[in-house]
Design a protein around this ligand. Structure first.
Ligand code: FRU
Length: 501
């Protein structure tokens, strides 16, 4: 009897504890998440007829990685996303791994009909049966097309369009039109290097060259590359993004990039040194949208293979970063790529305040007077001189995320060791650091906070850090302090408030 009572009491307690849990308390509000189940890399991002399309690695049967599909979501502003039916399902050739999508304006593929340009997806088929046979030929590239704006897709009957020459990691094709030679160029991750292919019609591919066996970081396999031009002082500079897992600057997955020239055949880097796209732990497989004209917009998977399968969200796993606009900036003689929040984010900015000349030493409250219950905000601040500071994002449960700058080491940092739930993976609750690359005498930064993430864009996007966290209650208090003292010339705080669509 005693036993029965104690079992009943335990059951009641568990029920009560569960009732206390706020459902979906970690659900981001303006970062894309699937309603349910597993997501990883963004795929096939393309802007077409006024709509941004996001496809993504998706496993619709569980909250962990499994046979890959391409999920699909659409948006008018890259802030409000609408999940659509699954676009591509696994088939007899394999799972549908990462890849890209293009608008075939000239109908080079012949898939167009009645003057309508096809959307063409170029992706990796990953064959799990062949994988077990250890031939090293289980990944090859295939295509599919859509004539109804990405709603339905037809896989090409001649798949695969690019066979594997015997390289076990042979994937993630990113394709763009190379106008000077009127051909398509495919940038493909091939284990520890990038291989470039070209094609007149997206169906026949010719190997052009390779890059990287002796360049950059090699702490892990090379994945999800991208190649695109940016302009700096009237000069065209080509950017080659190479995601790498593991081997990132703060462990696990991360994105590196190289700057150089591309002549339709060969990429020649100005330097073989790695530059990091994002020093945080949570921006992987980041690549750009296609068909966005002169704007280059980047979005990544806001997670890390180190713990992606364990994060405590339910019933979904993973979110994407916000969309970021890319540009180039020189620091002395060195050129870097910068990323800042795409301006569309401001469409959800309401209220808040602007303050000038704020002197900080002991903690100063930066939360708006009328409070911000959700804790979602964008903060832009500028300091007169470069000095130590620490922003503290906190809640009533005592969780804290620290975002700061240390002058003696010249490093920015995000410390999530006391950020709430961290025990799902041993390495999660850590402090991440990033160099300050800028030599400006003033300090400027933008911070974007959602329910479970913070994105730091320092010095006009020269140093970027993205970190996720899982707080017990909303992180709705923001303070700043400075051991040495700092004067904020300008502080702008905007509450971010996405309307529910
Ligand atoms: C990167 C990656 C890709 C691959 C996909 C599989 O995160 O490993 O290289 O195509 O995920 O889901």
């Amino acid at each position: 009897m005693k036993n029965t009572i104690s079992i009943l009491a335990t059951l009641l307690f568990v029920q009560f504890a569960n009732a206390q849990e706020v459902p979906e308390k970690y659900r981001p509000q303006f970062h894309f998440t699937p309603k349910a189940h597993w997501m990883n890399d963004p795929n096939g991002m393309v802007y077409y007829n006024g709509t941004y399309h996001l496809f993504y690695q998706y496993y619709p049967d569980a909250k962990i990685w499994g046979p890959m599909h391409w999920g699909h979501a659409t948006s008018k502003d890259m802030v409000h996303w609408n999940e659509q039916p699954i676009a591509l399902y696994p088939d007899s050739l394999g799972y549908i791994f990462s890849g890209s999508a293009v608008v075939d304006v000239n109908n080079t593929s012949g898939f167009g009909k009645d003057g309508k340009a096809p959307l063409v997806a170029i992706f990796t088929h990953h064959n799990p049966v062949l994988e077990k046979q250890n031939t090293g030929r289980h990944e090859y590239q295939s295509i599919a097309y859509s004539l109804d704006e990405g709603k339905t897709w037809t896989k090409y009957s001649g798949n695969p369009v690019l066979q594997n020459p015997g390289i076990s990691d042979f994937r993630d094709p990113k394709v763009r039109w190379y106008e000077p030679q009127k051909k398509w160029v495919m940038t493909l991750a091939t284990k520890d290097r990038i291989t470039f292919y070209s094609s007149p019609d997206l169906k026949k591919w010719t190997r052009e060259s390779e890059f990287g066996a002796d360049a950059g970081a090699h702490g892990g396999v090379w994945e999800c590359p991208d190649l695109f031009p940016l302009t700096h002082n009237g000069k065209q500079v080509w950017v080659l993004i190479v995601n790498i897992n593991p081997g990132g600057p703060n462990k696990g997955s991360a994105g590196q990039y190289f700057l150089g020239d591309f002549d339709g055949k060969t990429f020649t880097a100005y330097s073989k040194e790695t530059k990091w796209l994002d020093y945080g732990a949570d921006n992987y497989a980041a690549v750009t949208f296609s068909n966005t004209g002169d704007r280059m917009l980047l979005m990544g998977w806001m997670s890390n293979w180190q713990y992606a399968n364990q994060v405590p969200t339910d019933p979904w796993r993973s979110a994407n970063t916000i969309s970021r606009e890319l540009a180039l900036k020189a620091v002395g003689k060195e050129l870097y790529m910068t990323s800042i929040p795409a301006k569309e984010l401001n469409s959800i900015a309401t209220g808040g305040y602007a303050r000038q000349n704020v002197k900080v030493k002991s903690p100063v409250d930066l939360t708006p007077k009328e409070s911000n219950a959700s804790g979602l905000f964008r903060l832009d601040l500028q300091a007169a001189a470069v000095s130590d500071f620490e922003l503290v994002l906190s809640n009533k449960a005592g969780n804290e995320v620290l975002i700061g700058y240390n002058k003696s080491s010249n490093q920015y940092y995000i410390d999530r060791s006391k950020s709430g739930k961290t025990d799902f993976e041993a390495g999660f609750g850590q402090k991440h650091i990033a160099p300050r690359l800028s030599t400006d005498a003033k300090l400027a930064l933008t911070l974007v906070a959602d329910v479970a993430s913070v994105e730091l864009f320092a010095d006009g996007g020269l140093t970027v850090m993205t970190d996720i966290f899982f707080p017990d209650t909303p992180m709705n208090t923001l303070t700043i302090k400075s051991a040495t003292g700092i004067t904020l010339e300008d502080v702008r705080y905007k509450v971010l408030k996405p309307e529910v669509e």
